[in-house]
Design a binder for this molecule. Structure first.
Ligand SMILES: [Zn+2]
Ligand SMILES: [Zn+2]
Length: 142
């Protein structure tokens, strides 16, 4: 698995460092986590890594296209390693849980604008908002 992550870094000409490997591994195991959670996960493995180091790694990985940053309205930015497929997300209004929703046709964009205003559209992003099963169960009167 580490060799696989190292190959990903090399493929985008990023130097292989332990913080970069740790961030990629954390995001692979825990998709859609925010920066604070990434820091906590990375520190399980590298206790001395600084906040700033993790911020820098997230930015470098996002810029290189290895990590996708998503930011639902009113929520912290979340990160995931599932990139390049333009999938969508469903977000719980109560607890902020996020799940992936696959595109209906599998390539970007999966939605056609009724009027593209002459733009060359290459991506469509949809956020479905609702209540996750756990929150729905918790709020149902017994
Ligand atoms: Zn919820
Ligand atoms: Zn996702």
């Amino acid at each position: 698995m580490t060799a696989d992550l190292e190959a990903q870094l090399r493929a985008v000409s990023l130097r292989v460092t332990r913080p970069r490997l740790a961030v990629l591994a954390a995001l692979r195991e825990h998709p859609h986590v925010d920066t604070e959670r990434v820091i906590a996960l990375v520190r399980d493995e590298l206790p001395t890594v600084s906040h700033q180091a993790v911020y820098d790694v997230l930015r470098a990985l996002t810029d290189a296209g290895l990590v996708r940053r998503i930011q639902p309205a009113g929520a912290n930015a979340r990160y995931e390693t599932r990139v390049g497929d333009n999938h969508h997300h469903v977000v719980c209004r109560s607890c902020g849980a996020i799940e992936d929703v696959d595109c209906t046709v599998g390539h970007a964009p999966c939605l056609t604008a009724s009027d593209d205003h002459g733009y060359m559209i290459d991506e469509a992003e949809v956020v479905f908002w609702g209540t996750c099963p756990e929150c729905a169960a918790a709020s149902t009167p017994q």
